[in-house]
Ligand binder design. Structure first.
Ligand code: SF4
Length: 426
């Protein structure tokens, strides 16, 4: 039996290019890992320093009293943001440094190490880095099976990398249970704009991965292949959250695909929910069912208003721009908040884009002012620019992105800083 502390750091984002949501969310990857470790007889402590707003001193004191053999630190604020994590490792670096003397082994999990394991091992000064979806590989690491694929560790002065990033089975993951105090503190309703939260909101994972391969999407090293949990398990997890007081869940699925049976199961439940999806996959009757099931927020990636732009992004979209607009309008008839995401593309004329945004706004749909995307290491866009990521991949992507910054600074309040200014030098 090993004592394992799993920690979600207390995230801060000053100087970061991070454009994702800054509120705390359930650290699902740590929740699943905890369940698996317990099943194998290990003692665990899941410490969500973000949800509980814990200082480094608070965390040290909790960890000291738990006296773990292994400390696990995630480098991204929950699975929801692995594809768009803060590039800098500042927060996990400070945490790892503060906890170094409190356990014999420190392990990092997350999107960074999934792509550049050596750089993460060095920057965090941890003993092991897990590559890919972490749950099953972490179990092997805790059991000391260092020859397992998906692990990076020090072997004397050498850094050993075994195989590449691994995927978890996921489909047999039973309903997760979260401590009631954690649910109670989860005030935030992710990506909800139609109403103020009056009860807790949580996150649930119905499926993992996506069958598409858009060029900007950094999912190739984790959450890549599409897998889905059985309906009864998903609904059991939702029921437990409802029993704990939650009235909203966000499905963190990369792509929430139409599923009549799941939606029908949600219709009768006292829960509202949000999803991210592709609007071209939803036919009108299913959009009606989606709204009736309780969906109050849709985020749909349209990305480009020209077929050429969508083709350049490998969207594999069979609809015309007008058909996409019509489908968004149809969705808005049933769901109170619908967002169409746009990316700045050379194929799209800015005046046409602004006009389309106005048309969408008149129809009650929010479409963002397009911005170029960060070429995340591990995404096809990164590979197109620089080939396979090496140990400098994050610095390279970051420097490139900062040169684009002035063109879209209206979406950020402060100028982001280079990684070398955000991270501890290692
Ligand atoms: S549809 Fe979404 S999740 Fe799937 S590859 Fe494209 S951006 Fe990524």
């Amino acid at each position: 039996m090993t004592r394992v502390a799993l920690i979600n750091p207390n995230w801060t984002y000053g100087g970061s290019i991070y454009f994702g949501c800054r509120q705390p969310h359930l650290p699902i990857e740590l929740g699943v890992s905890q369940w698996m470790l317990r099943e194998q007889g290990h003692q665990t402590l899941l410490l969500d320093a973000h949800m509980f707003d814990l200082s480094i001193d608070d965390i040290r004191s909790e960890i000291r009293s738990f006296a773990p053999d292994v400390i696990v630190i995630t480098t991204a604020p929950t699975y929801l943001f692995w594809r768009c994590a803060p590039p800098e490792l500042r927060v996990p670096q400070h945490l790892a440094e503060a906890l170094r003397d409190l356990a014999p082994r420190l392990i990092a999990v997350g999107p960074h190490g999934s792509v550049t394991p050596r750089a993460v091992l060095r920057k965090l000064d941890v003993d092991l880095v897990v590559m890919g979806e972490c749950e099953e590989t972490l179990l092997k690491a805790v059991d000391g099976r260092l020859d397992s694929a998906g692990l990076c560790y020090r072997d004397g002065s050498r850094l050993q990398v075994n195989g590449g990033p691994q995927a978890a089975r996921f489909v047999d993951q039973p309903a997760l249970s979260w401590p009631s105090e954690m649910v109670r503190r989860h005030h935030h309703h992710h990506h909800r704009f139609d109403a103020e939260p009056v009860a807790p909101g949580c996150e649930v994972e119905a499926s993992r991965g996506c069958p598409y391969h858009c060029t900007f999407c950094a999912k190739d090293n984790f959450r890549n292949a599409y897998r889905k949990r059985p309906h009864d398990v998903i609904l059991a997890e939702v029921d437990q959250l409802i029993a704990q007081g939650a009235r909203y869940v966000y499905f963190i699925d990369e792509i929430f695909l139409p599923d009549q049976q799941l939606l029908q199961g949600l219709v009768s439940r006292e829960i509202q929910f949000g999803v991210q999806t592709r609007i071209d996959l939803w036919k009108p009757p299913l959009l009606e069912l989606l709204g009736r099931a309780g969906c109050v927020s849709i985020e749909a990636g349209v990305e480009s208003l020209t077929p050429e732009g969508r083709a350049a992004l490998e969207k594999k979209c069979r609809m015309t721009t007008q058909e996409l607009a019509d489908r968004l309008v149809e969705a808005r008839r049933h769901v109170p908040f619908v967002q169409a995401n746009l990316i700045e593309m050379p194929q799209d004329d800015d005046a046409v884009v602004q006009d389309w945004r106005r048309q969408m706004q008149d129809a009650g749909i929010w479409a963002n002012d397009p911005v170029p995307l960060y070429p995340y290491p591990g995404s096809p866009d990164y590979r197109k620019l620089w080939g396979e990521p090496d140990d400098q991949a994050w610095e390279r992507a970051h420097d490139y992105y900062l040169t684009l910054f002035d063109r879209f600074s209206d979406v950020q309040n402060e100028r982001p800083l280079p990684l070398r200014e955000l991270e501890l030098a290692r």
